[in-house]
Design a binder for this molecule. Structure first.
Ligand code: Z15
Length: 826
């Protein structure tokens, strides 16, 4: 029984939803009520988890009236909505964010004290929803935060994975993955909505028949179905009374599965079949930028996209809505190629279910989608084999073929006789097997295609989709990424936030350009002193955390040099490692007295995709070097290396505010944007970086003198590639590089085991696809400039303050304004 159950005339039932009083007493009362009636326990008997859940449900109550009100307002105004389609949302912990949004931080803390509870202990109890891999998923979370803060109607659509990104542990220095059962202690932040569930079909066959009036009709007879159960999450704006919705889909088996269970003799087999359906939303694929082409992944993609389109068209729009006006009510933003199957799905809905003619359906569809590309790596562009796609979604494959035929006709008209061009641009690749190029499908259908930083958008036009950008130059645009200042400054760095607010007022939290007002204070010695004290306190907080969490003993005074991001060859964690080994080599070989080495703590955080063997070898090597460097008295007090396991949003919030130096050292032309780079700059770290992704824009804004640039530019990389790159020749020609690599290769860091370092060393010497050795010299020189700059604390602080003051552009609020103006027109 779904749908409204009854109506009543009781006066309380029609009035506004009652919100608990935003006072300490009101909070305590609500909290104890949740503990007693929600958790079914007494304060004196309750566990930390009981208390955390009750606290979360208390905070939730303060958001509920606004959530319901926002929903009502959205239904009334019928404004254009952003349907953000993303397979990943890397949300981070909810409690702190929601306390911040509701302005309840102080009240909650005092209220918990009254109950004899330390609120920090309860915060630590929350398992972060890790429903994403890295930058792409975190970007989606920043974007929905900004849209709520700007009161833009948005529904975030995604998947409620039962297991998020794996928990990383180290055993004998090697990565071991542990399943992330984030739901096991209860999730107070979600609301299941069975009345909005959706049926999704897979497999089977299609049949085309001709109507009495001569119209062709297609019917798809699927051979299995699953139910999509939506779970709603609150997305509160910053203290503005707005709460948008994130709608994540979970797969359930259908009645048909249950009936099969009863009817079949093989009960166990039938139950296994049920499990197959529910597997769809079981686990997040842990590959970042390297798709695996697995059937289950395509099932996930179609599953959440079909649920989302159905949800909006049939359950959100009024029943009599004229779908020719669909684009006036929705723009579906495709977050990379993962949701691109939405394009043939909308065509199928319009043509097969709603009876539109093909051309009319295509016109509607083209206006309802926009596509964001997040990569330049060819291996990251998804391509689905036609065999697999046709087996799982036979009707969608037919639709894709027809879209392609009509598109290629258009190409032929524009460029008669150029069959090479037609083959290059075809949505269907023929080699090594027939396959669908999802990025091409997206580009053909979308109203706009954007890259995520200026350089990336340019390379996207010139290198990835050159034929398309020539055909439709006005379709291509750039929107540089951004990050939410609420989570990554206000929440993560309370000390800096308080200093900023004391100095320029609190407007910066929702208007980050106001940070400009800080510029004059860079020349104020008293302010610099305060700024340094903030950084020092953050470092001490981090030192304590890493001692308790990882048993690491780190000197709290040293320069904190941080490289945190997914482990990927193109990001070049090995370049950082070579720097560390070369500094260590300088001292142990006696070439440089230890006293001349700037004290540094190197921090790494990185997960490797479980099947990415070389990445895992690099993790092993970093850990092995850390063990030896940290234990060697020759560099004691000078060099230490920390690699805390399981880098995630929660750890980022502790690491970034403490950092002095931000490592953004990808090979030029490979990192689409980066967003960690922005978080560091906003927290007063200086960047050492290549001319890549959004580094280019960061450097332009903060100024060359406040940024350590090094390495080849993208055209230089191209040129070297064309000339032919031989890493071994670089090795031979640079004595310091030779000494560094030889020390690594000798087994010095692996107890004499040369075999253990061979995978990484051999790759560097004989392959080095990302030109680590070619940039080694420039990197070391830049690091020497870093040391020299750090020796003058006043000049360093001045640069750090200017980094903060000039990075307001990298707010995701600004990114959202750009999407609104250039793409959504909402
Ligand atoms: C991902 O996290 C990114 C790109 C991808 O194609 C996939 Cl599959 C995952 C990252 C980019 O590597 C990074 O440069 C960018 O800042 C981020 O997306 C957000 O745009």
């Amino acid at each position: 029984r779904i749908g409204p159950a009854f109506r009543t005339s009781h006066p309380l039932a029609s009035g506004p939803v009652v919100q608990p009083a935003p006072t300490v007493d009101g909070f305590v009362e609500t909290f104890l009520g949740e503990l007693n009636y929600g958790q079914g326990t007494l304060l004196s008997q309750s566990t930390v988890n009981d208390q955390y859940l009750a606290l979360a449900r208390t905070v939730r109550r303060y958001l509920m009236a606004d959530w319901l009100e926002t929903g009502t307002r959205r239904r009334q105004t019928q404004q254009k909505t952003v349907g953000y389609l993303s397979a990943e949302y890397l949300l981070g912990r909810q409690l702190g964010n929601n306390l911040l949004a509701t302005n309840l931080q102080d009240i909650a803390q005092v209220a918990m004290e009254r109950c004899g509870i330390d609120i920090a202990t309860l915060r630590a109890q929350e398992v972060e929803p890790g429903l994403g891999n890295g930058g792409l998923g975190r970007l989606a979370a920043c974007f929905v935060d900004s849209l709520a803060t700007m009161d833009v109607p948005c529904i975030g659509y995604g998947i409620r994975y039962e297991y998020g990104i794996f928990r990383q542990t180290f055993e004998a220095d090697r990565q071991v993955e542990v399943p992330d059962s984030w739901l096991s202690l209860g999730n107070p932040w979600e609301f299941p909505h069975p009345e909005r569930q959706v049926l999704v079909s897979f497999g089977g066959s299609t049949e085309t028949t001709t109507d009495a009036d001569g119209r062709e009709r297609c019917t798809w007879t699927p051979d299995w179905q699953v139910i999509g159960m939506p779970y709603h999450y609150m997305v509160p704006g910053h203290r503005n009374g707005v709460v948008n919705t994130l709608r994540l889909w979970s797969a359930r088996a259908t009645q048909a599965f249950d009936l099969q269970i009863f009817n079949s003799g093989d009960y166990a087999q039938a139950v296994r079949a049920q499990t197959t359906a529910e597997n769809i939303s079981k686990v997040l694929y842990p590959e970042d930028s390297t798709p695996q082409g697995k059937e289950l992944r395509l099932q996930q993609q179609y599953f959440f996209v079909a649920c989302s389109l159905h949800d909006f068209i049939d359950n959100t729009l009024p029943a009599d809505f004229d779908l020719r006006r669909l684009h006036q009510r929705i723009i579906f933003q495709l977050n990379d190629t993962h949701p691109v199957i939405a394009i043939p799905e909308l065509m199928r809905i319009l043509v097969d279910r709603k009876g539109f003619a093909w051309d009319e359906a295509w016109e509607i569809t083209q206006k309802c989608f926009a596509y964001t590309c997040h990569t330049l790596l060819p291996e990251a562009l998804e391509v689905w084999s036609a065999e697999l796609l046709g087996r799982l979604l036979p009707r969608h494959l037919e639709i894709i073929y027809r879209i392609n035929e009509e598109f290629l006709e258009e190409v032929r008209e524009a460029h008669p006789g150029d069959e090479m061009l037609v083959r290059r641009m075809s949505i269907i690749a023929e080699h090594p097997e027939r396959a669908v190029r999802m990025a091409y499908l997206a580009t053909v259908a979308a109203s706009k295609v954007n890259g995520v930083a200026e350089l990336h958008s340019q390379l996207l036009r010139d290198k990835v989709l050159p034929d398309f950008s020539r055909l439709w130059p006005e379709k291509f645009t750039n929107v540089t990424n951004g990050v939410t200042p609420r989570r990554f400054v206000r929440l993560a760095n309370r000390r800096l936030s308080d200093l900023l607010t004391e100095t320029i007022g609190d407007g910066w939290v929702t208007d980050l350009d106001r940070l400009r007002e800080l510029e004059p204070y860079a020349d104020d010695a008293g302010f610099r002193e305060q700024f340094r004290a903030v950084k020092q306190a953050n470092k001490e907080r981090l030192t304590t955390l890493l001692r308790v969490r990882d048993g690491l003993e780190l000197p709290p005074e040293a320069m904190l040099d941080v490289m945190v991001k997914r482990l990927h060859e193109y990001k070049r964690q090995t370049l950082k490692l070579l720097h560390i080994v070369s500094l260590y080599d300088d001292v142990v070989s006696g070439r440089v007295p230890a006293e001349q080495v700037t004290p540094r703590t190197f921090v790494f955080g990185a997960k490797a995709a479980p099947g990415y063997h070389l990445a895992k070898e690099i993790i092993f090597l970093i850990n092995a070097v850390a063990d030896v460097v940290n234990a060697d008295p020759a560099v004691a007090g000078r060099l230490s290396v920390a690699f805390p396991a399981n880098y995630n949003v929660t750890l980022a919030e502790k690491l970034i505010p403490a950092a002095d130096l931000s490592e953004q050292i990808s090979l030029a032309g490979k990192e689409a944007s980066g967003t960690g780079n922005m978080k560091f700059a906003l927290n007063g770290a200086l960047t050492i970086g290549t001319d890549d992704g959004a580094n280019v824009e960061i450097r332009r804004l903060v100024g060359d003198e406040h940024f350590f640039l090094f390495g080849m530019t993208e055209p230089e990389v191209e040129e070297l590639t064309a000339r032919g790159y031989t890493p071994s020749a670089v090795y031979e020609s640079d004595p310091q590089l030779r000494s560094t690599i030889d020390l690594l290769a000798s087994g010095h860091f692996t107890g004499g085991d040369r075999q253990a370092v061979a995978p990484v060393v051999d790759n560097l010497l004989h392959q080095d696809s990302f030109m680590v050795l070619a940039d080694f010299r420039a990197y070391l020189d830049a690091q020497a400039r870093v040391d020299a700059a750090y020796a003058d604390p006043d000049a360093w602080s001045r640069s750090a303050i200017l980094n903060v003051a000039r990075s307001g552009y990298f707010s995701s609020d600004r990114s959202m304004r750009d999407y609104l103006e250039r793409i959504w027109h909402a």
